[in-house]
Write a protein that binds this ligand. Sequence first.
Ligand SMILES: Nc1ncnc2c1ncn2[C@@H]1O[C@H](COP(=O)(O)OP(=O)(O)OP(=O)(O)O)[C@@H](O)[C@H]1O
Ligand SMILES: [Mg+2]
Length: 411
Amino acid sequence: MNQATMSAANDNLIVAIDLGSSKTVVLVAEITGNGLRYRGHGVSESRGSRKGVIVDLERAVASIQKAVEQAENSAGAPVERAIVGIGGAHVRGVNSQGGISLGLKAREISRDEIRQAVEKARAIPLPADREVLHLLPQEFVLDEQSGIHDPLGMMATRLEVRVHILTAASSAVQNVVTAVNRAGVEVQDTVYEPLACADSVLRNDEREVGVCLADIGAGSTEMIVFHEGAVAHTAVIPIGGDHFTSDLTVGLATPGVEAEKIKRTYGNAVVTLIPEGNEVEVPSVGDRPSRMVQQRFVGEILEPRARELFEMMRVNLRQAGMLDLCAGGCVLSGGGTRLAGILDVAESTLRRPVRVSWPTPMAKMPRTLAEPEFATVLGMAMYWHRARIARGMQEDRWSSKFKAWFARKGA
Ligand SMILES: Nc1ncnc2c1ncn2[C@@H]1O[C@H](COP(=O)(O)OP(=O)(O)OP(=O)(O)O)[C@@H](O)[C@H]1O
Ligand SMILES: [Mg+2]
């Protein structure tokens, strides 16, 4: 293939990179006439990044390189540029509102005035080290009429817009971009991971009626609430699957890797779901011999942590006034979801219907990717694909800079 044909072929590829706390995933998808088709992927153990923040650049670069190489081999195409996920406790979401007066007599709203109103809503005080990651319009209000999605060409004397603004620590974003660049990949765009994850796991009717998506990763749990099709709230709970593992490490006095194995094989977030009398062999630290421990004891360590996680989620949702908006319940994704019994604890603590997300499969995708921990990277490719289509349609409408739009599926 000559340079030009190769480049043209690569224009049809979407590459997504999810730099998780436990694993780095690179997914290559191809744009076809019928949507996206899987081309290849690579997974490596994450080193040098913790909860969305790079703590060791060199090790992070090596992890990315490893996953990129695997993805290139499996896709049979070079990975030159990618969209990269941003997440972690440094990301914050706030709701804001702003607007402009159009004069005493109602008149038609122009594209420029929509932009001005959005700029007004966006003008929140922002410390120098933070940047806007996404500006997500929720609705426009024309005079007294709310719930308008696109006010272009409509008549009013005043135009207001409500937005959800996601900001991130600039240095954290920059370090992620630098790590990806050093791994030889150009960053096309960044996307807030839960927003992208929603694309692979939420249904349109859930977004309309109100739903909370919670991604239980290794280091933290990220929540995003949709209501009437738009993002209403975002939050991070500083508990992830690794906290369950460290509880076992301490409670069972066993090395971390063993605690992780025990969690996956014998763990259950509901003590009473574990048969009485079952025993588990627990390796000791140092040169002491391993011990036999009641399997229920493992559950006794895990259950309070699970309750704490969902209790914190419930308090967060209630304080933000979101609990009553989540009529569609809660959807769980991320590797932490695989802990047995987690669904039961989630339902009893949140007192809402809860389901585990199985990501929408992509054509030709291997079954190993159809798991809750790959929902984010799959969603990133879907999100970007949808964003491209929306941008194409939007070029002659309002600013293509509004990532905005893409929060609204099928808009
Ligand atoms: N079978 C299982 N049972 C219980 N927990 C599991 C299982 N498989 C994976 N996990 C847990 O899932 C977590 C990893 O989830 P995931 O891959 O979604 O995280 P990540 O994306 O790397 O991290 P983050 O999103 O926090 O940056 C780990 O804490 C791991 O222990
Ligand atoms: Mg993750």
